[in-house]
Design a protein around this ligand. Structure first.
Ligand code: FPP
Length: 237
């Protein structure tokens, strides 16, 4: 087991931004206000993650199931994405590489254009890799990978026997992104909710009752400290 605590810092952290609605409800405010506050936390925690040396940071921003929410809440989230996509320029100035994963065809052309533009202008940066899951679902991602592989088999490019875990990995949205080491879920819920289900095979989990809008730099420190004290064996002894 490595003795160097630094060596055991998580390389890839995933965050499920949960509890925005409850944060607002507790204050008698509309749910969208909780998302606005959650977006502020997103900015603070992203900047801080870079400072503490996290290399890959993936956020669950909008799932394939979130479309089922009331239309006014979906509209408020779309407005928020649109506004924050402009704010991403500040991260790009700090040499943050931005990527969006998920099925973006469901978003407006304006949002899709902005996503593509942020990805293109930050593509050469490596200080922090910021990955935003937007209209993302882990099962949809794996299903899509299976479809791509089936097409290659049909074209005669590969045989079924050539299908390996590495090949599956190469067809995921996260093809070039290392597996997630630590998944943080605030707000007291203890489930993965279709987030990075392939990539989290050996992830450590950190759950806290703090609601996402209240999640602070100290809470991230605590999650990293908890991670460092875990004994990761990857199926070994
Ligand atoms: C879950 O809380 C949160 C969401 C579905 C949306 C998260 C999105 C943001 C915080 C917007 C900022 C992100 C970017 C990339 C700009 P919930 O509504 O399920 O809370 P509840 O469980 O308390 O109801």
């Amino acid at each position: 087991m490595p003795e160097n605590k630094e060596a055991r810092s998580p390389i890839h952290v995933g965050i499920i931004m949960d509890g925005n609605g409850r944060w607002a409800k507790k204050r008698g405010l509309p749910r969208k206000v909780g998302h606005w506050e959650g977006a502020k936390t997103f900015k603070t925690i992203t900047r801080y993650s870079k400072d503490v040396g996290i290399r890959y940071l993936t956020y669950y921003a909008f799932s394939t199931e979130n479309w089922k929410r009331p239309q006014d809440e979906v509209d408020a989230l779309m407005d928020l994405f649109d506004k924050y996509l402009d704010e991403f320029d500040k991260f790009i100035k700090d040499k943050v590489r931005i990527r969006f994963i998920g099925d973006r065809t469901a978003f407006s052309q304006k949002i899709r254009d902005k996503m593509q533009q942020k990805e293109e202008i930050s593509a050469q940066f490596t200080d922090l890799n910021l990955i935003i899951c937007a209209n993302y679902g882990g099962r949809a991602e794996i299903t899509n990978a299976a479809r791509l592989i089936a097409e290659d088999v049909k074209k005669g490019l590969i045989e079924p026997a050539d299908i390996t875990e590495e090949l599956m990995q190469s067809k995921l949205y996260t093809a070039e992104i290392p597996p997630v080491d630590l998944i943080i879920r605030p707000s007291g819920e203890m489930r993965l909710s279709n987030f990075l289900i392939w990539q989290a095979a050996y992830a450590e989990y950190y759950f806290t009752d703090v609601l996402w809008p209240d999640f602070s730099k100290k809470d991230l420190d605590k999650a990293i400290e908890a991670y460092k004290n875990r004994d990761r064996r990857f199926g070994g002894v």
